[in-house]
Write a protein that binds this ligand. Structure first.
Ligand code: SF4
Length: 389
């Protein structure tokens, strides 16, 4: 891993033959040539980690995980440039088996065919490293294999998310940490923790996989978007900025992108990013987002008191309600008054169960039930709500 770079060039290339490894490789080569060529940062004899998004066992056509043909293309390209060792590595989300995710993605066969290793970060030997200028993270245990790599290639998928408007490259790096730290990140402030992590786990190259993205209830329950594009940059912040714009999401709405730029990790200002290849304007395809009018649930006896919440808490609440509604289980929330947001106040004349969600409401924690976190994880919120029942 190298230090964050000043070059904020982002290439966008169409990649429409998404099930054909040869053609996916051609598209990736074109995207890399547009940013100066992979030979500008890979040296003969390097060890390279390729980090896809394998959040859970799933098929890439669902948009849940990185397209394995894109992973194969990245591996083949670095091998052709003389990389000594190439390792495809990830750690699935809390509660999911990474090995099963490798199987379902088809990566077991692909990596065998091209003589590349597979590695589950959940089984990694770890080394504690200090986080320079960490805001909430001062030390973190990272996989030895990750720290010892010369080059890290980050391949997130273009997806909507339950905590942020979108999950992209900066967020994808979270896959390297331990399960217990993944949970702690929510307590410490997810955006800040992710940005601190990127200070010690900064990727050398980010390839945003928009071959099949995901909209709606991402990152795992949404619908696939057959977009057929890839976005490539050495600057992960710039890659995320361009990718979110393609998704019709203003990058300034995504806390971790804003913070990452503020902390000097890259450029989030579109006017200062050099976009090469396809014209960005021609590819914008707004991704469906869960945007709820909380008022309409009052008829059902569910009262959401939100004031000034950032995207983390708002998205959590929206995805919890939408997924309960989809499963016909909205009854769970009947009789609840749920309070969250930075400007939240104690609601007046409440009859029912009063629940305060997130760090911003902690001053009221003795007035009802309190669920800590910034934002709390949607699963933790749901588990706590069920207990209150
Ligand atoms: S707890 Fe407050 S600061 Fe944290 S995500 Fe929720 S609204 Fe934002």
């Amino acid at each position: 891993m190298n230090l964050p770079i000043a070059n904020s060039t982002v290439s966008i290339v169409k990649c429409e033959s998404i099930h054909d490894s040869h053609r996916v490789k051609k598209s990736l080569e074109k995207a890399l040539d547009l940013i100066g060529g992979i030979e500008t940062f890979i040296c003969r004899g390097d060890t390279v980690i390729v980090k896809p998004n394998l959040i859970k066992p799933a098929h890439y056509k669902t948009g849940t995980i990185t397209n394995p043909f894109l992973v194969e293309a990245a591996c083949r390209i670095v091998k052709e440039k003389g990389a000594k060792k190439v390792i495809v590595a990830d750690g699935a989300a809390v509660g999911y088996d990474t090995e099963k995710a490798f199987d379902e993605a088809g990566l077991r066969e692909i990596t065998k065919k091209i003589d590349v290793e597979l590695f589950d970060f959940k089984k990694a030997e770890r080394i504690g490293v200090p986080v320079p200028y960490g805001r909430v993270l001062h030390r973190i245990k990272l996989p030895r294999v990750f720290l010892e790599a010369d080059i890290v290639i980050n391949i997130p998928v273009m997806k909507t998310h339950d905590v942020f408007p979108a999950t992209l490259g900066i967020k994808n790096i979270k896959g390297v940490i331990r399960e217990e730290d993944k949970k702690r990140f929510h307590k410490w402030g997810l955006s800040r923790a992710i940005v601190d992590l990127n200070k010690v786990a900064f990727p050398d190259l980010t390839i945003v996989d928009g071959t099949v993205g995901m909209e709606g209830l991402g990152p795992t329950h949404g619908e696939p978007v057959n977009l057929g594009v890839i976005v490539v940059s050495r600057d992960v912040v710039a890659a995320d900025t361009v990718a979110s714009t393609i998704m019709g999401i203003d990058p300034s709405e995504i806390e971790y992108i804003k913070l990452a730029e503020k902390e000097g990790l890259g450029c989030a200002d579109l006017s200062r990013i050099e976009v090469v290849g396809e014209r960005l304007e021609n590819l914008i395809r707004p991704f469906k987002r869960v945007k709820l009018d909380f008022k309409k649930y009052e008829d059902k006896g569910i009262f959401i008191h939100e004031r000034g919440a950032c995207s983390g808490c708002r998205h959590n609440m929206e995805s919890i309600i939408t997924s309960l509604e989809k499963k016909g289980e909205l009854e769970y929330l009947k009789g609840f008054h749920i309070v969250f947001g930075q400007l939240s106040k104690m609601p007046e004349r409440v009859r029912g169960k009063l629940v305060f969600i997130g760090l911003c409401t902690r001053e009221y924690k003795n007035k009802g039930y309190y669920i800590p976190g910034c934002p709390p994880h949607p699963e933790d919120i749901m588990n706590e709500l069920k207990k209150i029942k």
